[in-house]
Ligand binder design. Structure first.
Ligand code: TPP
Ligand code: MG
Length: 643
């Protein structure tokens, strides 16, 4: 008879996870680095006992906010090319609920995230246990049911032996390149401590292959025929190219067939920015180069992309009336979008096979000077953007729609000359070539998608699938842990920082040297642009004192450098390009985490470049400015593709 070992559910989780590996392109990687925990009564004595008594080779870390620690885990997995994760565990009720948003972020971005929220008692003996919701319509419903819409796999362990199939299913999903995302295994707190005679085979070393299924030849031929009939195709490089490590193949494909490419937020840095066919970001926050080419393209080759509204300008970007769409995606759901001619398969394998087919057809796109010309025009614009400086309170920033008080008031508060575009250019110039840039929601992802250039594959780490403000600080830690040999620079809006900076404590505890640059423009800059750009007033998007009814008084100043100091970080306040440059140079000598309080003149982010975004504006309003904006929305909606 097979040997069996008596262990608690929690002990079995730890031992199982310590024995999982992935194998991709012949390289084996241990899949689980460790555990993040925020203990409470739901988990401290169950999983806590297991991690205290025998964590095996797993590292144990202590988060500060469950969402924040999950952000660190997501960033760690992403920066590791999805080949290594940190599991996250929480107590019941609010601790569990705090992980729901992070699961959404992981799932949207196809990043493996394994969470173990603890749960109410399976026995129900102590009900209602502390932090139990008590849903009177079903005692089987707990807080953890809230994970179901945002995870790719959900389970609840009511008996210790259920763990075996649950964890094997979890591994199936976490290591699936086409459909990975968040996995939730809810742990009733009594079951965590209950034991079972687990068969030894359950704990054997498991190696999960991450494979590269190529699209079938018929589909490759379908796609090749559409491309072969096109004169001016454009490629969209999505996150699937990054995770397939297909950047080099895509670049070679573009060079051989004379096809330019634009990048999504997820796809940026899969290919080198210096490649002569790279047009930079595409779509709502794209470059003029990418959007000009996209507008006229007669064939869009979407590789490894979800084709989100930001990538396609809400289906308005591609205006050639004969444009055709082809998709290359390992996920059938995404491949079917746009009614495209599709090839379902791994990006690297499929692009390579498609190249062979097109080579046999003797294909070459018809571009002559167009790619070079739009790129030169965009580079000149980048030069202009990097030189913009605020000269005083009468300064005219890029964004015209604004409260007339904002610029003079901000100038009076801080006397800053620093603009967002100049700050980003300075950062790029002072960073090492192989350093990594990190951000998430706000105006910074938009600007970075346009202006950022890097030749380091994976050197651009931006979460814009869920656009989750508050991702940034946890992510700075996860990225640095994944790639400790280079510096990482996290740029974060002041509001994103205020939303979730809890993991600063964890960064200090784990002695992770991150660089966090807070872009203080006193509010929700991009949303202020969005509302005022649609004829609405500055309504609760700047940080202004309340008049008792609305936040419409003076600006509320904040000293972010002091927050950094309070944690023991090295802090800098910068109000000019020169101060920023000196601070970055000094920070590179530090071993402790650094925080930069950048006083960024509001309204100095990039804007325009041939894009549009469909938002749900009021179709009736007493404001003339809103009615005018509505006419434009109506017009663009009429021009946009319908599905
Ligand atoms: C968790 C979350 N809540 C709300 C939003 C909606 N939202 C998008 S950007 C933004 C404001 C961002 O402000 P800040 O971080 O200061 O960046 P800025 O635009 O000023 O550069 C808000 C509220 C979001 N993306 N994520
Ligand atoms: Mg802001």
């Amino acid at each position: 008879m097979e040997k069996r070992t008596r262990m608690t559910t929690a002990q079995a989780i730890v031992r199982f996870l310590d024995n999982q590996y992935v194998l991709m392109d012949g390289v084996e990687t241990k899949f689980v680095k460790g555990f993040f925990t925020i203990f409470g009564h739901g988990i401290a004595v169950g999983l806590g006992e297991a991690l205290d008594t025998n964590p095996g080779d797993l590292k144990v870390m202590q988060g500060r906010n469950e969402q924040g620690m999950c952000h660190c885990a997501i960033a760690y997995a992403k920066q590791n090319g999805r080949k290594q994760i940190i599991a996250c565990s929480s107590s019941i009720g609010p601790g569990a609920a705090n992980m729901v948003t992070a699961c959404g972020t992981a799932t949207v971005n196809n990043i493996p995230l394994l969470v173990f929220p603890s749960d109410t008692y399976a026995s129900r003996q102590p009900d209602p246990v502390l932090q139990q919701i008590e849903q009177s319509n079903s005692l089987a419903t707990t807080t953890n049911d809230a994970f179901k819409p945002v995870v790719k796999y959900w389970d609840r362990i009511q008996r210790p032996e259920q763990l075996m199939t649950a964890l094997i299913s979890a591994m199936r999903v976490l290591t699936d390149p086409a459909d990975t995302g968040a996995v939730c295994i809810a742990l009733p707190q009594d079951v965590e401590g209950e034991s079972y005679d687990y068969p030894e085979s359950f704990f054997a070393k498991r190696v999960h292959r991450i494979t590269r299924p190529c699209a079938v030849p018929e589909e490759i031929e379908d796609v090749a025929e559409v491309i072969a009939a096109a004169k001016n195709p454009v490629i969209i490089v999505g996150g699937g190219v990054r995770y397939s490590e297909a950047g080099e193949e895509v670049e070679k494909f573009c060079e051989e067939f004379n096809i330019p490419f634009g990048e999504t937020q997820g796809g940026k840095s899969a290919c080198k920015s210096s490649n002569p066919y790279c047009l930079g970001g595409i779509g709502v926050t794209g470059t003029s180069a990418a959007n000009k080419i996209a507008k006229k393209a007669d064939c869009v080759i979407a590789v490894g992309t979800r084709l989100s509204d930001f990538t396609t300008s809400s289906k308005w970007l591609f205006q050639n009336e004969n444009v055709r769409f082809v998709t290359i995606n390992n996920n059938r759901y995404h491949a079917y979008k746009y009614d495209a001619v599709k090839a379902v398969g791994d990006a690297k394998a499929t692009i390579t096979a498609l190249a062979e087919n097109l080579r046999a057809k003797g294909y070459k796109a018809a571009y002559t000077n167009e790619i070079k010309d739009v790129k030169a025009e965009w580079d000149a614009e980048l030069d202009r953007l990097s030189g913009i400086k605020c000269e005083g309170e009468n300064f005219e920033p890029i964004i015209k729609a604004r409260d007339p008080r904002t610029i003079p008031e901000f100038y009076k508060l801080y006397g800053t000359s620093l603009t967002q575009t100049a700050a980003l250019a300075t950062l790029r110039a002072c960073m090492g070539e192989d350093d990594i840039i990190v951000t998430a929601g706000g105006s910074l992802p938009s600007d970075l998608q346009r202006v950022w250039k890097t030749d380091k594959r994976g050197g651009y780490h931006v979460e814009y699938g869920y656009s989750c403000m508050g991702y940034e600080i946890g992510a700075s830690m996860g990225v640095k842990m994944a790639d400790p040999d280079v510096e990482e620079y996290t740029v974060v809006g002041d509001s994103g920082f205020q939303m979730l900076s809890s993991e600063l404590g964890t960064i200090m505890q784990e002695k992770v040297k991150t660089n966090i640059l807070v872009f203080d423009n006193c509010g929700f800059g991009c949303i202020n642009n969005l509302e005022m750009g649609h004829g609405i007033g500055s309504m609760a998007t700047e940080f202004r004192y309340t008049d008792g009814k609305k936040p419409c008084g003076d600006l509320v100043p904040t000293n972010y450098a002091k927050i950094g100091e309070a944690y023991g970080m090295k802090s800098y306040t910068c109000k000019s390009v020169e101060e920023l440059r000196d601070a970055i140079i000094d920070s590179r000598k530090q071993t402790v985490a650094c925080l930069f309080d950048l006083k960024i003149m509001p309204k100095t982010m990039t804007d325009g470049y041939g894009s549009w975004w469909n938002v749900g504006l009021a179709d009736v309003s007493s404001k003339e400015s809103v009615r005018e904006a509505w006419e434009d929305v109506k017009e663009k909606r009429a021009e946009a593709r319908k599905y």
